[in-house]
Write a protein that binds this ligand. Sequence first.
Ligand code: CP
Length: 311
Amino acid sequence: MEFNRKHLLGLEDASKDEITYIIDTAKSFREVLSRPIPKVPTLRGKTIVNLFFEPSTRTRISFELAQKRLSADSVNFTAASSSVKKGESLRDTARNIEAMKIDMVVVRHSAAGAPHFLTQCVDASIINAGDGQHEHPTQGLLDLMTLLDKYGSLEGMKVAIVGDISHSRVARSNIYGLQSLGAEVALCGPPAFMPVAAEQWNVRIFYRIEEAIEWADALNVLRIQLERQHKGLFSTIREYHNLYGITLRRIEQAKKDLTILHPGPINRGVELDSQVADSEYALILDQVTNGVAIRMAVLYLLSGGEVNGQL
Ligand code: CP
């Protein structure tokens, strides 16, 4: 298929064919990553800026690694040590960086819509690495790839997203991507964590974790995002864990093969017990491995899919 996108801003408008094409491309790059020399000249001559206004471990490192594996030149920007601290706006920051002749910008920002705004300020391709509570499309894609690795197809599969839904960009990208690939989606969490929009998403809603576990083939477990909450939405961490924590006892009571995903970072003992995080139910480190291949595929396809040499 032809992939004509210039930007990756979210999965809301991504078709099943586009998502499948990105994941199939990522599988080719995963093969590259398993070679003794895991590097190809595909993006030689391209310059990419990683513009992170919020903390990140997985997304940032995997984008940087993906760029190195594709032989692109990359530059890292951190808000804390930049002229943003002197009052420079997002638009001016981006336009000044673009004046240094760059091809792509990977951006993470606390404001929903920041990547969309950048598409109007600069000519470079923009990749959303997480914008506020809106979307995190490459996380959604790597989650889908991890489930496809295990199940082959997501048609009719039941996936419950558990936890702090209303503050989660990962939840939104997963809902759109899973539904595009034919999965049924449920949300589970305390009422205070359930967004008003949830009723328009064609999802099931559970307020009891036992019911979600009973229903689901896979759980995607989210962290409570205290950094995005303006007031306490639950009484104590212990109460949250007692009501919604994913424990080995809860999984074993369901007597079924359940898959556990988590985007990281994990708060062990809060949303997920250590025993579960480190168990065979969890595919958390497979998600991280797939993240590099997905980001290589996205960078490659958005750059026009021109191969400077063999893969
Ligand atoms: N999953 C995810 O976005 O993790 P980081 O915040 O560490 O990038």
